[in-house]
Design a protein around this ligand. Structure first.
Ligand SMILES: NC(=O)C1=CN([C@@H]2O[C@H](COP(=O)(O)OP(=O)(O)OC[C@H]3O[C@@H](n4cnc5c(N)ncnc54)[C@H](OP(=O)(O)O)[C@@H]3O)[C@@H](O)[C@H]2O)C=CC1
Ligand SMILES: O=C1O[C@H](COP(=O)(O)O)[C@@H](O)[C@H](O)[C@H]1O
Length: 503
């Protein structure tokens, strides 16, 4: 969560030099530079910011500006040109302290020219993890500022399992301190994820019910309606569990399930929040195949299947879909299934948290013969952020039937003119402000890998074949059977959402 000084730029009277490492790559052009531009356009970057792109391929400043310029969504062309003027590009090797040092010296001259005594440096690692340590070593040897702060943004994947994570963490920890490292999980920058703590802890209507006495299950669903689209080569080494569950969805789960932090805003709150996230993750047993369903999509006459992607190895058994069920063994949640479901090539694009409540006590006796669905609180992260509570009311008019309706807060209607920045924009701003609450701490990742590594090992060692599901379907039917077994009740046909323009 950001502070309320949300309208001003931080460190106006200090210089800022941003090193984008891997500047010629996909992430840099699609996310890093657009988010930096967004911050610049909204006056969140200090006026004398210098942005230097660094990668192996050779390009002139102008070639580089033309390369990233096409990805900046600018309302104001003059502002875009001013931003591009701040951007330079230098080529060099990642494992060369002398290449990195030469760029650092050149930047130091520009920093000196700003006249500010405090000179801060931000290093954005838009590179694959095998390069983290070589470039980190070069930066440590020759590019850190001694006259301000040094901060490092690193991107997932943070390891492949518990062992590889521990190795990476040890090597990075030898180079940089924990308060210099900002491990980005872009889900922590999404509007509805940032909303979770306020919604839970600032409403007396929710928090008293937020436990095993009232809630029967919590389901976190991630659905994409596209396949791997030529990225199968990358995806095949990870699979859906590593790609979105161990990181994005587990981050959401920890915010839904954690105990209230000592403070969630104000001075030094970052570690209070992260302490609670770690505690709740430590209460989850490692996953196993018994509570898991995996799937892989197959093609139809319109769409190609996963194995038809030429970048996917023949006969791959990598899951593109998974449902897992977790139990959080603490006083608040023991016995409440936390269901995580994620898949590519499904029937829709949607990410949501669905909290299903226990049946209203005595209601079936009081209203004999009336079908009364369970209440559900749904937080839709995308598309179109919304919070709605599926609530039973009397059917309007002369009828006495129960009707499932909703108390509905749909963001694009209620806050029609509000600027909702991209997740990356919010997170980079948090780094500039030194707010680490929205970044993943080392011990959170360790706890996350402890939950998932046994399952991943079991799947890989036993070469478990994923169940086939059709492109454009809801995934394998076994997933519905699993969640039904854990008490999730789907009320078919009792509810339709009819408002015009709904998602
Ligand atoms: N403010 C707004 O914009 C609002 C919009 N709506 C919209 O109304 C529609 C209905 O909403 P809602 O009832 O919440 O959601 P859905 O009807 O889409 O789904 C309800 C839940 O049941 C699951 N489900 C669907 N089919 C089956 C099945 N055959 N067996 C087991 N489980 C199943 C879904 O899982 P799965 O995702 O896997 O299919 C989902 O978790 C949605 O499109 C929603 O976005 C509703 C209220 C407010
Ligand atoms: O990290 C990843 O996330 C995206 C989904 O992000 P979203 O913001 O579009 O929901 C996913 O498509 C990709 O496979 C994964 O690597």
């Amino acid at each position: 969560m950001s502070d309320d000084n949300a309208t001003s730029c931080t460190y106006k009277h200090q210089s800022l030099c941003i090193f984008v490492i891997g500047a010629s790559g996909d992430l840099a052009k699609k996310k890093t530079y657009p988010s930096l531009y967004d911050l610049f356009e909204h006056d969140f970057l200090p006026p004398h910011t210098i942005i230097v792109g660094y990668a192996r391929s050779k390009k002139s400043d102008d070639e580089f500006r033309a390369f990233i310029g096409g990805y900046l969504k600018a309302k104001d062309e003059a502002k875009k040109q001013a931003f591009l003027k701040m951007c330079v590009y230098r080529a060099g090797a990642y494992d060369s302290a002398s290449d990195v040092g030469a760029v650092s010296k050149e930047m130091a001259l520009l920093e000196a020219a700003t006249g500010f005594a405090i000179k801060n440096r931000l290093f954005y690692f838009a590179i694959p993890p095998n390069v983290f340590v070589p470039i980190g070593t070069s930066i440590k040897a020759s590019a850190l500022t001694t006259e301000g702060w040094n901060r490092l943004i690193v991107e997932k994947p943070f390891g492949h399992d518990l062992a590889s994570f521990s190795e990476l963490s040890r090597d990075m920890g030898a180079l940089f301190s924990e308060d210099e490292i900002y491990r980005i999980d872009h889900y922590l920058g999404k509007e509805m994820v940032q909303n979770l703590m306020l919604l839970r802890f600032a409403n007396n209507t929710f928090e008293p019910l937020w436990n095993r006495n009232y809630i029967s299950s919590v389901m976190i669903t991630f659905k994409e309606d596209i396949g791997t689209q030529g990225r199968g080569g990358y995806f095949d080494a990870y699979g859906i569990i590593r790609d979105v569950m161990q990181n994005h969805l587990l981050q959401v789960l920890s915010l839904v399930a954690m105990e209230p932090p000592v403070r969630a805003a104000g001075a030094n709150y970052s570690n209070f929040v992260r302490d609670e996230k770690v505690k709740v993750l430590e209460c989850i047993d490692p996953l196993s195949l018994a509570n898991t369903v995996t799937g892989q999509y197959v093609g139809n006459d319109k769409e190609v299947g996963y194995l038809d992607d030429p970048t996917v190895p023949a006969g791959s058994v990598t899951p593109t879909f998974a449902t897992v069920v977790m139990n959080i063994k603490n006083a608040r949640w023991d016995g409440v299934p936390f269901i995580m479901k994620a898949g590519k090539a499904l029937n829709e694009r949607k990410v949501e948290v669905r909290i299903q409540f226990k049946p209203a006590p005595g209601a079936t006796h009081m209203f004999p013969g009336v079908d009364i669905p369970r209440n559900e609180l749904v937080l839709r992260l995308q598309p179109q952020e919304a919070v709605y509570m599926k609530t039973n009311v009397k059917s309007p008019g002369l009828s006495t039937k129960a009707l499932a309706s909703e108390l509905d807060l749909t963001y694009h209607e209620r806050y029609a003119d509000t600027y909702l920045p991209d997740a990356y924009t919010r997170l980079v701003l948090d780094v500039l402000r030194g707010k680490q609450a929205t970044f993943v701490r080392d011990d959170e990742l360790k706890a996350a890998w402890k939950i998932f590594t046994p399952l991943l090992n079991e799947i890989e060692e036993k070469k478990i074949a994923p169940l086939p599901y059709a492109f454009g379907s809801r995934g394998p039917k076994e997933s519905d059977e699993l969640i039904k077994k854990f008490g999730y009740e789907f009320h078919s046909g009792t509810y339709t959402y009819t408002r015009k323009g709904s998602a």
